[in-house]
Design a protein around this ligand. Structure first.
Ligand code: GAL
Length: 463
C-alpha cells in the first residue's frame, strides 16, 4: 500500500516553524527584546556569532512561505507567536498593535490558502524584561504574565485559530536553558530545571484554564502542550537496563506528561530528586491535571539506556543527556546507526515504540507529532537540492507512524520540522532542517527534493 494510504483521510499533515528561528525583523515593527536576542549577543554562545536578527526574513516574506506550503499540499501550519512582538515588555500594559496586525495577516493568509493555523504561544523567546526584572521562569510571576499574554492571543486570534499549543518543549527550556546553560537564558544549575519545569506547567495550566472558561465554548478550538522526547531502548536484556530505560523516559517525558495525565511527577523522580522537585500542591494539581485536549510530541532520535556504572559519560551531551547524574543512567548509541548532522541517530522504530509507550501510559490520548525531521548539510546545485537522506528519514519514520496506528495508537497528525532552513539555536545557521533551502544572504527559497517528495505524497502521486 502506498504510504499516504496507510493514514486516515482526516489525518492532519503540516509543517512547523518557530518565531525566533525564521521571522527576523527583530528590531522592526515595535518588537521588544527576547532572552534569545540577549543570549546571542554574548560571544561564544552561538556558533559563528549568529542570531535571529534577520533569520529567514519571514516577517516580510510570510506570504511567499504560505505559498510554498500550499504548493506542497499541506493542510496545517504550526508557527509560534513571538511574545515580545505582541507585548514588548512582556505585560499587557503595553500592547504593540503592529505585532497584533502581523499575525492577523499571517493567519488570514494561511486560511485563504486552505491552511489551518496551529499556534504555539511559547517557543522559547521570553521577553527579556521578564528575565531581568522578574527572574524569568524561575519566578512564579511569569506564569501569570504568560496567561495574560495567552488571553490576549485568544481574544485577538481565537475566532480563526482552532488549535493552540501553550508551551513548546518545556524540557528544553528547563534542561538546556537552566541546567546545561547551552540555550537562553544560559544558566547552569542542577536545581533550577525542576523549579522552571514546575512554573512552565503552571503557566500552561493557567492559560488552559482561561481558554476553557472564557473562550472554548464560543470559539470551539482545542488547546494542549507539546513535549519532546527521544526513545530510550534498554542496552541489554538485563532487567536493570530495562528499568534504566523506563526511568529515563519518566525523567524525560513523564516529568511533564505525568502531572498533566496522571496528576503528579513520576515516582522515579519523586524518589531520586525529592530534595529539588517542587511539591505538586492540591492547587497546582487542580490547574495542571487534565489540562491538555491532545498530546503534542516532538520526536527526533533514540539512545540506548543502561544502569549507570557511576561514571556519568553523557553529561552535557547537547540535547540528549539531560540531568543524567540525577537519573543513574548511562546513554550511548549503536555505532551502526546512521547519524544526522546533529549527531542524532536515525532509528525509525524508536518513534513507533515511543508512540506505543505514550498510548499505554496515558490511556491512548489523541496524539499529534508536532515536530519530526533531520538536519543534513544540503547543497544547492544547479537550482535543486538532492536531499535523498532526508526523504529516506521521513519515509522511514512515517512508515513507523503508520505501524503505530495499525497497532492502535491514536495518532492524528504529523508536522515536519521544518518548512525552511532556519536559525538552529546555539548551532546558528549551519544545521539545516528545512524542506526548503534558504540562502541567508538573498533570502531566496528553493524547494528541496524532500519538499517535492512530500508534495507528491500528499497529492497521492508518489510511486
Ligand atoms: C526542537 C525545537 C525546534 C528545532 C528542533 C531541531 O527541539 O523545538 O525549535 O530547533 O528541535 O533542533
Amino acid at each position: 500500500m502506498s504510504l499516504i494510504n496507510r493514514f486516515p483521510d482526516d489525518f492532519i499533515w503540516g509543517t512547523a516553524t518557530s518565531a525566533y528561528q525564521i521571522e527576523g525583523g527583530a528590531n522592526q515593527g515595535g518588537r521588544g527584546r527576547s532572552i534569545w536576542d540577549a543570549f546571542c549577543d554574548i560571544p561564544g554562545n552561538v556558533v559563528n556569532g549568529d542570531s535571529g536578527e534577520q533569520a529567514c526574513d519571514h516577517f516580510h516574506r510570510f506570504a511567499e512561505d504560505v505559498k510554498l506550503m500550499a504548493n506542497m499540499g499541506v493542510g496545517a501550519y504550526r508557527f509560534s507567536i513571538s511574545w515580545p512582538r505582541l507585548l514588548p515588555n512582556g505585560t499587557r500594559d503595553n500592547v504593540n498593535q503592529a505585532g497584533i496586525d502581523f499575525y492577523n495577516r499571517l493567519i488570514d493568509c494561511c486560511l485563504s490558502h486552505g491552511i489551518q493555523p496551529w499556534v504555539t504561544l511559547y517557543h522559547w523567546d521570553l521577553p527579556d524584561d521578564l528575565q531581568t526584572s522578574d527572574g524569568g521562569w524561575m519566578g512564579e510571576k511569569t506564569s501569570g504574565l504568560f496567561a495574560d499574554y495567552a488571553q490576549l492571543c485568544f481574544e485577538q486570534y481565537g475566532d480563526r485559530v482552532k488549535h493552540w499549543i501553550t508551551i513548546n518543549e518545556a524540557w528544553v527550556v528547563s534542561v538546556l536553558g537552566h541546567g546545561q546553560g547551552v540555550f537562553a537564558p544560559g544558566h547552569s544549575s542542577n536545581s533550577e530545571p525542576y523549579q522552571v519545569a514546575h512554573n512552565l506547567l503552571l503557566a500552561h495550566g493557567k492559560a488552559v484554564k482561561i481558554y476553557r472558561e472564557q473562550f472554548q465554548s464560543t470559539q470551539g478550538g482545542v488547546i494542549g502542550i507539546t513535549n519532546n522526547c527521544d526513545w530510550r531502548e534498554p542496552l541489554t536484556n538485563d532487567p536493570q537496563d530495562h528499568a534504566a530505560a523506563q526511568r529515563a523516559l519518566e525523567f524525560f517525558l513523564g516529568w511533564f506528561a505525568d502531572p498533566i495525565y496522571l496528576g503528579d511527577y513520576p515516582q522515579a523522580m519523586r524518589d531520586k530528586v525529592a530534595d529539588r522537585l517542587p511539591e505538586m500542591t492540591p492547587e497546582h494539581k487542580a490547574l495542571i491535571q487534565g489540562s491538555s485536549d491532545f498530546f503534542g510530541l516532538n520526536h527526533y532520535t533514540t539512545m540506548l539506556a543502561s544502569e549507570s556504572d557511576g561514571d556519568v559519560k553523557d553529561q552535557n551531551v547537547y540535547g540528549n543527556g539531560g540531568l543524567s547524574e540525577d537519573q543513574g543512567i548511562d546513554l550511548t548509541v549503536d555505532k551502526d546507526w546512521e547519524k544526522t548532522d546533529m549527531q542524532w541517530a536515525v532509528v525509525p522504530w524508536g518513534c513507533r515504540k515511543l508512540l506505543e509507550w505514550i498510548a499505554a501510559r496515558y490511556d491512548n490520548p489523541a496524539l499529534y507529532i508536532t515536530e519530526n525531521g533531520c538536519a543534513y548539510d544540503d547543497e544547492l546545485v544547479d537550482g535543486s537540492v538532492n536531499d535523498q537522506r532526508r526523504i529516506d528519514y521521513y519515509a522511514s519514520y512515517l512508515e513507523e507512524c503508520a505501524n503505530a496506528i495499525d497497532n492502535g495508537v491514536n495518532l492524528k497528525g504529523y508536522f515536519a520540522w521544518s518548512l525552511l532552513d532556519n536559525f538552529e539555536w546555539a548551532q546558528g545557521y549551519q544545521k539545516r532542517f528545512g524542506l526548503h533551502h534558504v540562502d541567508f544572504k538573498t533570502f531566496r527559497r528553493t524547494p528541496k527534493n524532500s519538499a517535492l517528495w512530500f508534495s507528491k505524497m500528499l497529492k497521492r502521486n508518489l510511486d
